[in-house]
Ligand binder design. Sequence first.
Ligand code: FPP
Length: 251
Amino acid sequence: MPDFTKITSKVPLEHLAIIMDGNGRWAKQRGLPRSAGHHQGVEAVIQIVDECVLQGIRFLSLFAFSSENWGRPRHEVDGLMELLLQFLASQRQRMLADGVKLRVIGDLSRLPAPIQAALTDAQKDTSQGQKLTLILALSYGGRDEIMRAAKQIAQQALDGDLDINQLDNKSFSTFLDTGNLPEPDLLIRTSGEMRISNFLLWQTAYAELYFTDVLWPDFDRVELQKALDDYLQRKRRFGLTDDQVGAQKGE
Ligand code: FPP
């Protein structure tokens, strides 16, 4: 469970994760190409990052491109990669000024070389950011991440560098792309779909889930506040009793 003493946010939430869905439908409703929905989706990203900084949320994970998204039409994939490059260039100064540290998770080896280079640079440039860690999931799939971790563990065991009897939940999770990051407290999915869709499968074991019909390009500060207000009403017990949780919080 979260270390409540480390939480600086107004809401007891250290890590927010979002499945940004509905860009295509947003565009279709307006008779626009899907790319227009993705463009507007980036505007929503910028607003939500800003709001998370203001709210004192320490970690924000965004599902920006899944392993399965590689199967979309070539021009859409290219368009999303281009948007990512533009986002990194246009937001560099802002991230530095706002104390945002960028981190990327996923099978980055599948990304085009110029994107990999831009991501490496952006992560290096923003590495001193203290306020918010922005985790972009790119070419990411939860099963793929767990499989890659399992292979690394098996290799280390074969090499005699790891005793599998010592392996537990905590040490296993350090092999995941998210390493030592805290687990998400709240997972939001927009656009009315009620699925996890292979996002942070291991890490969201105890996350609260929030689904909204709002399409991602329309998801703004007001909608985020609604999700946070809803989260505030939740009772998180992590399998314990109310009394035990109260004692851990010092109540
Ligand atoms: C889901 O909408 C959204 C995506 C697959 C991509 C998310 C990307 C962005 C918000 C823009 C790029 C982000 C960054 C950080 C630069 P969909 O296309 O599946 O919508 P649909 O389900 O209505 O078709």
